[in-house]
Design a protein around this ligand. Structure first.
Ligand code: HEC
Ligand code: HEC
Ligand code: HEC
Ligand code: HEC
Ligand code: HEC
Length: 408
């Protein structure tokens, strides 16, 4: 009798515990889902205080952005006639994505399409739901300004049901389908790059409807993107000095990384930019995404043996080499631009300038791909070297084509 009672009590207690665990789990999930209704990362702070603090730590520790036009005046010449010649700054952490966009002269002095919000506002999925994909892209950025408050948020990358990684940006899903990749079937390792590739990629707006696209129908290398742009006869703007039809490349981190040794080793963006950190006795993934060079012990040294200083020096040499090559291409592009301007002043016809203008487009696209990419060649150093030596040659040949045309 007493035994049966003890058994009953034990069963009852176990049942109660299971019930409580289930209830707690359900409650937890309910809270996550509720938080997900809110774009503000602060709504997730209760449940994931360490992640929220990690994300927010960037705010106090980040200064004003660097003026990249002052840092290298060639950029103004390169982008003459394009909004980038008005203002171009160094990137800051995700908290600032919407703030920096709203403050840029590129949106305040030029009308920009609504497609700009895709990678700069956590409200984007709600806006797509409200206006539809086509409807949203038919608007202007300034029409939406008042509805944008949060740069990047937890729900951009996490499924609130179970916190797994997810893709929330339709343009990336479509662009990966050009490459026959179904992102819904991605492995966890792949997702640790794909969440970033929603935004850290080259993009353009479709001319007739301003819809956001990635130029990947031919592949991810710059040469493939050039083939795509040439095939559809696309240009972002006409160069104010040379009259060439130009392409402006922007932050192609995913594309360049995909050509590098680290990608070949199966290393994802998060491995270097979100290394494990110890906080409050717990290990979490760093959520202040920034340069890995001040966290090399956790980001690099589990693969690279030996001294972090030596690896830093080796990394520095890769970047110095890129900077040297970029400067050589800038000299060649400056000469080419000046030669085209001089030829125009001397009455050269459009037909006589076709080859030189084509060279300007093609060489500058390669220079821009490495200049706009934010690792100074590190993400794929051999590919960077190849593209910059191609750029140098194309620019020099373009200049020669003018001398030939005008001496005929
Ligand atoms: C496909 C995603 C994507 C789209 C679309 C996009 N951006 Fe960005 N933007 C980024 C990323 C990633 C960065 C950070 C890397 C960098 O600065 O190169 C950035 C940085 C910026 C910055 C800060 C640095 C700078 O360039 O001064 C501004 C301002 C900006 N974007 C404005 C715009 C405007 C205006 C548009 C629309 C014409 C736009 N963005 C569309 C992804 C995007
Ligand atoms: C929703 C779009 C979006 C996603 C997703 C995204 N980024 Fe960004 N990222 C940006 C924008 C926009 C900026 C520039 C913000 C600014 O300058 O105000 C940026 C800035 C950065 C910076 C520069 C920070 C600094 O202080 O220099 C790094 C590093 C970075 N992102 C890495 C990543 C990594 C790694 C991932 C994936 C784990 C990722 N990003 C996912 C849009 C995105
Ligand atoms: C093997 C490690 C590694 C991997 C993998 C990697 N990066 Fe980087 N990344 C770096 C290094 C090193 C730099 C240069 C930082 C510097 O110069 O201080 C960098 C720079 C950047 C920057 C500019 C940061 C800044 O502070 O200006 C961005 C943005 C970025 N990477 C995004 C990405 C994205 C997106 C991916 C995946 C497609 C990726 N990275 C993959 C190591 C890596
Ligand atoms: C740009 C994408 C991105 C954003 C934004 C982001 N995360 Fe993450 N988060 C990741 C990645 C990548 C991982 C690693 C997941 C993996 O390896 O499966 C991760 C992991 C996590 C984990 C699992 C434990 C860990 O540390 O690995 C939690 C919890 C989490 N994030 C919470 C948050 C919260 C809360 C926010 C908002 C304050 C946030 N994340 C914003 C990309 C992001
Ligand atoms: C998961 C392993 C792994 C991680 C993490 C990793 N690397 Fe590497 N890295 C490799 C391998 C493998 C190679 C190719 C063999 C070699 O050159 O040592 C390589 C090559 C390099 C090279 C020479 C490549 C070139 O282009 O010349 C540099 C520099 C480098 N890594 C720096 C870093 C830095 C800095 C970090 C951290 C931000 C890092 N690595 C993180 C595995 C890794």
């Amino acid at each position: 009798m007493r035994e049966r009672l003890a058994k009953l009590i034990a069963l009852g207690t176990a049942g109660l515990i299971v019930g409580l665990v289930l209830l707690f789990g359900w409650h937890q999930q309910f809270r996550v889902q509720q938080a997900a209704q809110q774009v503000d990362p602060a709504a997730w702070a209760d449940l994931f205080p360490l992640h929220y603090e990690s994300y927010m730590r960037s705010v106090e520790l980040t200064g004003e952005p660097e003026d990249k036009l002052e840092a290298n005046p060639f950029r103004r010449l390169a982008w003459a006639g394009n909004a980038f010649s008005l203002e171009y700054n160094s990137a800051r952490p995700h908290y600032f994505s919407q703030i920096d966009q709203q403050n840029s002269r590129r949106v305040n002095e030029r009308e920009q399409p609504a497609g700009c919000v895709n990678c700069h506002a956590a409200e984007t999925p709600d806006l797509i739901a409200e206006y539809g994909w086509e409807g949203l892209h038919g608007m202007q950025y300034n029409d939406l300004r008042d509805q944008l408050h949060v740069g990047s948020s937890c729900r951009d990358c996490h499924d609130p049901a179970d916190m797994s990684l997810r893709i929330t940006r339709p343009a990336f899903i479509e662009a990966m389908a050009y490459l026959d990749i179904d992102v819904n079937r991605a492995s966890r390792r792949e997702m640790r790059s794909y969440v970033c590739a929603q935004c850290h990629v080259e993009y353009y707006f479709e001319p007739d409807n301003n819809e956001l696209r990635m130029p990947w129908t031919e592949g991810l290398r710059l040469d493939d993107m050039e083939a795509h742009f040439d095939a559809i006869g696309f240009s972002d703007w006409q160069h104010a000095e040379t009259g060439a039809d130009m392409i402006k490349i922007q932050h192609p981190e995913f594309e360049l990384h995909s050509q590098g040794v680290h990608a070949e080793e199966g290393i994802s963006c998060a491995d270097c930019h979100m290394p494990p950190v110890q906080v409050g006795g717990m290990q979490i993934s760093e959520h202040w995404m920034r340069s890995p060079m001040d966290q090399m012990e956790t980001a690099c040294m589990n693969c690279h043996r030996g001294d972090a200083d030596r690896l830093a020096a080796r990394t520095g040499r890769v970047q110095q080499n890129t900077l040297r090559q970029l400067a050589n291409v800038e000299d060649a592009l400056t000469d080419l631009i000046q030669a085209i301007v001089a030829a125009r002043e001397n009455g050269a016809s459009d037909a006589e300038l076709t080859e030189a203008r084509q060279a300007h487009r093609s060489a500058q696209m390669r220079w821009d791909f490495i200049d706009a990419e934010n690792s100074t060649g590190f993400h794929a150093s051999q590919e960077a070297r190849r593209l910059l030596s191609d750029a140098l040659q194309i620019a020099r040949e373009g200049e020669q084509s003018i001398n030939q045309e005008t001496s005929d």
